[in-house]
Design a protein around this ligand. Structure first.
Ligand code: PMV
Length: 337
């Protein structure tokens, strides 16, 4: 039997001789935007390497994301500062982060990591995506590896699947790939800009997820009869989204994104035990979107592994959207602030 590929094998294959480099700089600092999938990644073909069953497509959220700053720490343990507060090493957050950092450093090397995020952690706003992407880009700077974005994308994926899309701004497609080692499973920038496109972050509840996306995906793949239809749904939606982006056809983009998110959640509802990330306030907000659409407002939503919604609309509808959702945080992914 073929030996099972481990994360460390992927890291060694990408870094090669660079694996033994000592840090060239005293500090490595990088920002990575969070990304919102318009066509979702749901289901892994390889749990260890976070290889997806299907490709996916996202839009990065401009200056919403995480900044990581990493230095060598001359102490027996890593120091992790998250949004200004030190995090104990026995939290699940630290354990996941330390396990990730261990992939890239020789035994005994310790880091001082400062992670500053301007989005709520673990509320289904892809905080882990920008977190891992910013960490790998900061390590690249600290060690002066000078990796190509696609290599950074593969390494970010080892932390969290969706992080593979957070290495770029704008629209990004994450190719599922077919290789066992995942070397063809990375993001690729879609070089189209859409300045009028808006994403509204509708934070309806800040509580931590009821179930991690990893566990929820696994349960869905193993138990949901509807999952069999997911790959063909994705193929159809990816095609429509790419055409809509190229043509700036907002209606097609919105329909495909909303329908794709609902199809993903339908696979979860039909899993056993059933998984539902929506809360009553989520359903109410969806109904408001549908009522506005009925009244002629071109407004759509997407939802990830959490109760919050992201609304999709064009700049011309901003006032109307703000009027119906006063707490909304509006991002124009293609406009620099
Ligand atoms: O990368 P993860 O393990 O956090 O999973 C992300 C899953 C979704 O956000 C629901 C979909 C996606 O494509 O981002």
């Amino acid at each position: 039997m073929e030996p099972v590929m481990k994360k460390t094998d992927v890291v060694r294959a990408i870094l090669g001789e660079r694996f033994h480099m000592t840090p060239s700089h005293t500090v490595g600092k990088a920002f990575a935007p969070t990304n919102i999938a318009l066509c979702k990644y749901w289901g892994k073909r390889n749990q260890e390497l976070n290889l997806p069953v299907t490709s996916s497509l996202s839009v990065s959220l401009g200056d919403k994301g995480a900044t990581a700053e990493i230095k060598i720490h001359h102490e027996p343990e890593d120091m992790i500062i998250l949004n200004g507060e030190s995090v104990s090493s026995n939290t699940s957050f630290s354990k996941k982060l330390i396990a990730y950092l261990n992939l890239f450093r020789p035994a005994g090397m310790r880091f001082h990591i400062t992670l500053q995020s301007n989005i709520p952690i673990a509320a289904g706003l892809a905080s882990s995506a920008c977190g891992f992407a910013s960490i790998i880009c900061a390590l690249d700077k600290l060690f002066d590896w000078k990796l190509a974005p696609q290599q950074l994308s593969i390494l970010a994926r080892l932390g969290s699947g969706s992080a593979s899309r957070s290495v770029w701004s704008g629209f990004v497609e994450w190719h599922a790939g077919i290789r066992e080692d995942g070397m063809d499973s990375h993001g690729e920038m879609i070089a189209y800009s859409w300045p009028d496109l808006c994403v509204g972050l509708l934070i309806l509840n800040q509580q931590e997820k009821i179930i991690s996306s990893r566990e929820a995906m696994q349960c869905t793949v193993q138990t949901s009869a509807l999952y069999a239809a997911w790959p063909s749904t994705v193929n159809r939606d990816l095609q429509i989204l790419k055409e809509a982006i190229q043509d700036h056809d907002f209606h097609r983009l919105g329909c495909a994104a909303e329908s794709n998110a609902l199809a993903m959640h339908a696979t979860m509802l039909s899993a056993w035990p059933p998984i539902q990330y929506a809360l009553p306030e989520t359903l109410l907000a969806m109904q408001t979107v549908w009522a506005l659409r009925q009244a002629g407002v071109p407004l759509y939503f997407t939802q990830d592994a959490g109760p919050n919604l992201k609304l999709l609309f064009l700049k011309s509808e901003s006032d109307c959207v703000r009027h119906s959702f006063p707490a909304i945080d509006i991002v124009q992914p293609f406009i620099c602030n």
